[in-house]
Design a protein around this ligand. Structure first.
Ligand SMILES: Cc1cc2nc3c(=O)[nH]c(=O)nc-3n(C[C@H](O)[C@H](O)[C@H](O)COP(=O)(O)OP(=O)(O)OC[C@H]3O[C@@H](n4cnc5c(N)ncnc54)[C@H](O)[C@@H]3O)c2cc1C
Length: 310
């Protein structure tokens, strides 16, 4: 979010070169031939010339590009409603020194609890600001998006105070239908990482956490395989990765029903429970010593009951 695309590409090329890897831009993967020993990928270069790459293993880290899920028909229903986001950048009004710029601000719409806002402070006094809602709520013509995001921001008191009339520093952008899932996160000679596998929702910033966790688990599993060990990708990659995704899912679903908001805004919080919930939201969604990871659905339902008892 903080690095310009070109700068990011430059970093990627230099890191890859340092590892002796070959990075190619503008080449398109046309087909994948799965094989547990020698998977192959059909590619065309910028001039349209076709060539083939044979590898010992293929990782798909194409995010919303979802290259392998599309080519191999792995797409599965997400069980999440179709949501969208309107977003831009502003120079925010965070008072210098008085506000921790490492903190993200999240707020809900005063009338609709399923509509929420983010403000993520970036470098140089800039912030990323956005609003997430069911797609139909944000469905306006492109030339009305800016006015809509402005009106939404001004309706929420904290955001109105911090951003209010601050001009948008780039055209207001729209992204929708981003939740995605697959039947399986691996197959003969390949595995799906990050958003190329499953993406839940932007709330709680689970996306990058899950992407990094998936890469870490997949590399560990592949290393064992390349060392000659017999590995079970389901047991060593798919199941453990989905454990954390399911933890996040229980929290995300309850955010949109409003149950998690009842918990978060409950006035008489127990500090130890607050720490456990914060720990999950901070990304420790695989730490099964935390009861809200070991059994998130039952625990959250029970806690919600306590928080809403009169
Ligand atoms: C509105 C919104 C807000 C979000 N906010 C946050 C947040 O605050 N914090 C957070 O943690 N997460 C957030 N996320 C989620 C986060 O962006 C993703 O979960 C995360 O970037 C996933 O990482 P990834 O590496 O799997 O995919 P990506 O970051 O999408 O990377 C995939 C890369 O593959 C490249 N690619 C795509 N197709 C191809 C192709 N055919 N060939 C070659 N390359 C290709 C892309 O150009 C891209 O560089 C947000 C998501 C949305 C929709």
């Amino acid at each position: 979010y903080q690095v310009e695309r070109a700068a990011f590409d430059d970093i990627l090329i230099r890191c890859a070169a340092a590892q002796g890897a070959d990075v190619r831009f503008g080449h398109t993967v046309q087909a994948v031939h799965t094989d547990s020993v020698a998977p192959r990928v059909d590619v065309t270069d910028e001039a349209g010339h076709a060539y083939q790459i044979e590898a010992r293993f293929v990782f798909d880290a194409s995010g919303f590009g979802r290259v392998l899920p599309r080519l191999l028909n792995l797409e599965a229903p997400t069980r999440m409603p179709t949501r969208a986001a309107l977003f831009s950048h502003v120079y925010d009004g965070l008072p210098a020194g008085a506000h921790d710029r490492n903190k993200i601000c999240v707020a809900t719409h005063p009338e609709r609890r399923d509509v929420w806002f983010w403000m993520i402070p970036l470098a140089g006094g800039r912030s990323s600001v956005g609003c997430v809602a069911e797609s139909s709520f944000l469905d306006v013509p492109e030339n009305e998006r800016e006015a809509m995001l402005r009106a939404l921001i001004q309706k929420e008191p904290t955001f109105n105070r911090l951003i209010g009339d601050a001009p948008f520093l780039m055209p207001v952008r729209h992204i929708g239908g981003y939740s995605a899932n697959v039947e399986r996160l691996h197959g003969p000679g390949y595995a799906l990482l990050g958003n190329a596998g499953e993406f839940l929702d932007p709330v709680f910033s689970s996306g990058v956490t899950i992407a990094l966790r998936s890469a870490h688990l997949a590399v560990q599993t592949l290393n064992r395989q390349l060392d000659g060990e017999q590995v079970d990708w389901s047991a060593q990659y798919d199941v453990p990765l989905r454990k954390g995704i399911d933890t996040f899912r229980a929290f995300v679903e309850r955010w949109y029903t409003g149950e998690l908001q009842d918990i978060i805004f409950y006035p008489d919080q127990t500090p130890s429970i607050r720490r456990m919930i914060s720990s999950v939201l901070a990304g420790y969604a695989w730490d099964e010593s935390n009861p809200y990871v070991a059994d998130p659905v039952r625990r959250l339902n029970a806690l919600h009951e306590v928080c809403t008892q009169r």
